[in-house]
Design a protein around this ligand. Structure first.
Ligand code: HEM
Length: 246
């Protein structure tokens, strides 16, 4: 139902606080993570695990998986940042909105393609025990069921967020935007996947610093997006609007 609101109302900072706390907790666990113990069991899905299980390990597929994952992560961060830029109408005078729109969708499609390639490589890595069905349906078993399932769910949610564009007219712009905002959840799931599936991002190295920098960028973009008052957002995002919100 349409409601006319006249007074200024600040957006509740609750969600932003929760996201900030989760991020701080993850950062603490990164710093306090125990270092690898020499006699610890091999990381499930690693070359050592394949050796123990007497199954072949394809180093080429592993390198492809890693490269595709890194590219997909960078593209995903850029997609979300440009989404926030689009939403908040930043730099509108300097850059045409259509240019930002084109860049946002191109980056989104590229991120999903590289995310898909990353997942596909595991079909060719026997130690992961992933077939086409397990690749399509999250949490259906294989090695590291939950961390892998989070990654599959995250990519599928990103695909759904992108495909929702076709429903824009049917849903109406504001309702579509609510669906589109699931992009933040999608990034959160993918980040959890990265954090849980391998110990590398939990130790201090170049990759973990890059992953933390990406997550920090998204957190900052999210906070900038979440913290301004609704009235300011409405004024900037819907110039000439009537003040009527759904
Ligand atoms: C390829 C199809 C996509 C199209 C056509 C599209 C289009 C848009 C548009 C037009 C906006 C600005 C909304 C506004 O100004 O009111 C936006 C915002 C946004 N997009 Fe996309 N997008 C696509 C895919 C994605 C994907 C795959 C992601 C990430 C998983 C994503 C993340 C975002 C985010 C985070 C925002 C800001 C939403 C907000 O905070 O309200 N987009 N998108």
């Amino acid at each position: 139902m349409a409601v006319v609101r006249t007074g200024r109302r600040r957006a509740a900072p609750g969600l932003a606080t929760v996201v900030a706390l989760v991020f701080a907790a993850a950062l603490c666990s990164l710093l306090l993570a125990p270092h690898a113990v020499a006699d610890a069991p091999p990381i499930p899905g690693s070359p050592l695990d394949a050796y123990d299980k007497q199954v072949p390990y394809d180093v080429g597929a592993h390198k492809l998986a890693r490269l595709a994952a890194l590219i997909a992560y960078v593209l995903m961060v850029a997609t979300v940042v440009l989404g926030v830029v689009l939403r908040l109408r930043f730099m509108q005078r300097a850059v045409n909105r259509a240019t930002f729109y084109g860049a946002h969708t191109t980056l989104a499609l590229s991120a999903m393609i590289f995310g898909g390639i990353h997942g596909l490589t595991f079909v060719y890595q026997p130690v992961w025990q992933i077939g086409w069905t397990r690749l399509a349906v999250p949490f259906t078993g294989g090695v590291q069921r939950v961390p892998v399932g989070l990654g599959i769910l995250g990519v599928e949610l990103a695909v759904a967020v992108a495909c929702s564009v076709w429903l824009q007219r049917r849903l109406g712009y504001h309702r579509w935007l609510r669906v589109h905002q699931l992009a933040y959840v999608s990034f959160g799931l993918i980040w959890l996947h990265i954090f849980l599936v391998h110990p590398e991002p939990r130790h201090l190295n170049l990759v973990s610093v890059g992953i933390a920098a990406g997550a920090g960028t998204i957190l900052l973009a999210f906070l900038i997006r979440a913290l301004p008052s609704r009235s300011r957002l409405r004024r900037r995002a819907f110039p000439g609007g009537t003040g009527v919100v759904e």
